[in-house]
Design a protein around this ligand. Structure first.
Ligand code: CP
Ligand code: NVA
Length: 301
C-alpha cells in the first residue's frame, strides 16, 4: 500500500468505527463471499474477518489447509484457480510467504495476507490506527518495538515509516529484521521523512518512548526454538522496570496472543498503560474497511 492508500484506509476506519451501529446492519457486502485459508491457528484474525463479513451481510468460509485437497498435494496454483471461481476474495495465513505470492499470482480475485512468516500487514494497519486514534499524531512519537525482528516487526515498521513516523526496533543479536526488509523500510523512510533505528539495546529504545510494542519470542512454526529463545531474549522482557524508562503516558501494545511471563509481564499487560484489548478490537474495524475498499471500491456504507 502507498502512504496515501494507508491514510485513506485510516479515514475509512474512523468513519466506520464512529458509525459502528450502522456498519453492523450494513448490506455493503451482500452476496459477497470471503474464502479464508488457514495453515496456522488464529483467534483474532479469523474471528474479526468472519464477524466483519457477517456484519456487512456477506459470508466467510473458514478453510483449514488440513481439510483442503492442498493437504493431499493439490497445488496452491490450482487451489487459487478453483477458489477464484467461487469466492470474491481470499485471505490466507501461511507458513511460507511464497505461498501467499503463489496464491496471488494464480487467483483472479484479491488475496489478503492474514500472516506469513515474513509479514502481518492487517495487524500493522490496525496498529497504526490504534496509535493514531489514541495519540492523535503518529509523527511526533517515539515508537519502540522490543523483541523479535519477525513478521509483526517487519509490517509494523513499514506501516510506521509509510505514515511518516519514527520507530526503533530493538532485537537481540541474531534476531534482527531481515536485511532486505530493513533496506526497504529505510527507502520508504527517506521518501516519507520518517525514521527507523535498529539496535540491540532494549533500554535505549524504551527510554522516553511514547509506545512500547512487543510480540512473542517464538512465532508459530518456531516452537522447537522456544527454549533457546527464552535464554536469548531474557533482557528484552517488557516489565515494570523497562516501562519506567519510557514516558509516563506510554502506550503498551502487543498483537497477541501473549506469552505472559515471557515477552511481557502480567503487571504490564494488565496495567493502566496497556491498550491491548482496544488494539485487538480494532482488528475488526480495519478488516471491515479493508474488505469494503477491496470489494466495493468505495467507502460509504
Ligand atoms: N494477532 C493475531 O493475528 O492474532 P491471531 O493469531 O489470534 O489471529
Ligand atoms: N509473530 C507471531 C504473531 C502472531 C499473531 C507469529 O507469527 O506467531
Amino acid at each position: 500500500l502507498s502512504p496515501e492508500e494507508i491514510q485513506y484506509l485510516l479515514q475509512t476506519v474512523q468513519t466506520l468505527k464512529r458509525k459502528s451501529h450502522l456498519a453492523k446492519q450494513s448490506v455493503a457486502l451482500k452476496g459477497k463471499v470471503l474464502g479464508m485459508i488457514f495453515q496456522k491457528p488464529s483467534t483474532r484474525t479469523r474471528v474479526s474477518f468472519e464477524v466483519a463479513m457477517y456484519q456487512l451481510s456477506g459470508q466467510a468460509i473458514y478453510l483449514s489447509a488440513n481439510e483442503l485437497q492442498l493437504k493431499r498435494g493439490e497445488t496452491i496454483a490450482d487451489t487459487a484457480r478453483v477458489l477464484s471461481r467461487y469466492v470474491d476474495c481470499i485471505t490466507a495465513r501461511v507458513y511460507s510467504h511464497n505461498d501467499i505470492l503463489e496464491l496471488a499470482k494464480y487467483a483472479t480475485v484479491p488475496v489478503i495476507n492474514a500472516l506469513s512468516d515474513y509479514e502481518h500487514p492487517c495487524q500493522a494497519l490496525a496498529d497504526i490506527f490504534t496509535i493514531s486514534e489514541k495519540k492523535k499524531n503518529i509523527k511526533n512519537l517515539k515508537i519502540a518495538y522490543i523483541g523479535d525482528g519477525n513478521n509483526v516487526a517487519h509490517s509494523l515498521a513499514l506501516a510506521v515509516v509509510k505514515s511518516a513516523g519514527y520507530i526503533e526496533v530493538a532485537t537481540p543479536k541474531g534476531y534482527e529484521m531481515k536485511k532486505e526488509v530493513i533496506e526497504l523500510i529505510n527507502k520508504e523512510a527517506e521518501k516519507n521523512k520518517a525514521r527507523l533505528i535498529t539496535t540491540n539495546n532494549p533500554v535505549s529504545s524504551a527510554k522516553d518512548a511514547d509506545v512500547i510494542y512487543t510480540d512473542v519470542w517464538a512465532s508459530m512454526g518456531q516452537e522447537n526454538e522456544h527454549k533457546k529463545r527464552l535464554q536469548d531474549f531474557k533482557d528484552f522482557q517488557i516489565n515494570s522496570e523497562l516501562v519506567k524508562l519510557s514516558k509516563k503516558d506510554v502506550m503498551i501494545m502487543h498483537c497477541l496472543p501473549a506469552h505472559r511471563g515471557e515477552e511481557i509481564t502480567d503487571e504490564v499487560i494488565d496495567g493502566p498503560n496497556s491498550v491491548v484489548w482496544d488494539q485487538a478490537e480494532n482488528r475488526l474495524h480495519i478488516q471491515k474497511a479493508l474488505l469494503m475498499l477491496i470489494l466495493m471500491k468505495k467507502t460509504s456504507i
